[in-house]
Design a protein around this ligand. Sequence first.
Ligand SMILES: *[C@@H]1O[C@H](CO)[C@@H](O)[C@H](O)[C@H]1NC(C)=O
Ligand SMILES: *[C@@H]1O[C@H](CO)[C@@H](O)[C@H](O)[C@H]1NC(C)=O
Ligand SMILES: *[C@@H]1O[C@H](CO)[C@@H](O)[C@H](O)[C@H]1NC(C)=O
Length: 488
Amino acid sequence: MLERFLIVFVAIMVCIHPSYQRRQTFKCNDYVTETTSYHRSGISFRMGPHYICYLSNVIQVSSAIEIVDEIISHAFVDGNSAIIEPREVGAIVVKNSNFIVLPSQLFNKFRNLLVFRASDVNLRQISREDFRDTEHLTILHLDRNQIFDLEDGILMYLKRLQRLDLSRNMITAINEDTFSGCSSDLYEVDLSYNRITKLDYSTLIPLAHAKKLSVELNLNFNEIKEIHESHRVDHLTFEALQLKNNLLESFTCPDIKIGELHLENNRLQLLSFDNCSVEYLIVSQNHLNWLHIHGDLKGLVASHNKISSFVVSGADTEIYHFDLSENENINHVFPSLKEMNEMQFLNLSHSFIGVLEPETFTNMRELKYLFLKDCGIEIIPFEVFGNNKRMMTLDISDNLLETIDLHMFVGLDRLKILDISGNKLNKIDGFERVRSILPELSEIRIDGNRFECNDLRVILKTFEGLGINVIMPNYSSHSKSVSGIECY
Ligand SMILES: *[C@@H]1O[C@H](CO)[C@@H](O)[C@H](O)[C@H]1NC(C)=O
Ligand SMILES: *[C@@H]1O[C@H](CO)[C@@H](O)[C@H](O)[C@H]1NC(C)=O
Ligand SMILES: *[C@@H]1O[C@H](CO)[C@@H](O)[C@H](O)[C@H]1NC(C)=O
């Protein structure tokens, strides 16, 4: 009797063993309203309320089709045993499955589907016809698969598509017809981490023509060596064009307008914006020797190049964010810098300046953040910051300053943070008048200098008495120190 009971028990255990539980399933638990939004302009879209259903453990597509038939022939229920109609399903997410081709019958059964995600399911091929019944589909994620080819007009049936993610596949090329007929709401296309080697502006006409929502096209981490224009394009518009980590040696552009252009980590030696307009340009980690700053540019990050000069076109540049850090000797750029009246953020750290001219920052009345770390600066002329009444942060650490008189900083009425660490200072003249010169100063960093310990004690005590926070270094290897700051 007991034996028989044991056999039955073991049989039951085998049946509910985890390997048996990895059956194909289709579960709909979440009944939600989803919102998605545009990265730069912040326009947002609402979807639902609808069910999000999870299709799991499909071994091959034919079984997915069976599963769908089964779902449709019986009513299926959510976690609270409510009956769900296929038309209430707004999103399907595929997990732990192996597809090879898309189960397009799904789209036929779930006519109101807005979102379909099948990431990392071994998908090898997609075709235009797969999407024949996707009239409402808005978001399509097919990332982390092995798709290598995009058929012409691949998106032509996806008339409502807004976001497409094909990142981390094996796509080698896009041609003139790849995106033809795509939805005019398509505003995000992610093709990053593929194997695209060439880019032709004319292939982007369907994505970026002026009458559709302006697109964010991500081509980061491909193998693009050249960009050309096989035939003329007019008025293309990109919210963002991302080309970082490719193999570009030169970049020119035709009649296009780009909100944000990412070109960091290429091999660029030549950059030309003769006929196009770019608002924000990020071009760090390239081999540029010089830069052309055109009239529309508002922000420019060009750190880690070899820039020693630039040309500014147009009398009024609107540039307000400029990062020219980690370049070479940038002394020659100062005459042009002086014209940049709108500047709010300027980072010149780790580029060589040597001598600060008295008028360098005179016209930058809006300047709020100035970073001059490690610029080989030996002298700060008196009142060089006389016009910078809005400045809040000033970093002149790691330079060669031997003396500082706080009167050099007259004019910095709103300065909150001052960093003069890592220089050769043995005193700070006028420190006892710090409150009248820098009335809003709240933080100062002074370590890494050559103060005598007695002088340092007096300085620290004065700052402490005035409620100015002295930022401490994390460690000091020096044998003598006061409050963690080394001294002699
Ligand atoms: C800019 O436009 C002019 C006139 O349309 C044309 O001659 C020139 O080749 C264009 N330059 C670039 C870089 O496309
Ligand atoms: C200024 O540039 C340096 C070097 O590129 C960088 O490390 C630092 O973070 C930048 N500062 C700011 C505030 O962006
Ligand atoms: C000290 O280290 C912390 C964390 O490692 C860092 O956030 C902080 O900026 C450092 N402070 C200074 C003064 O370097």
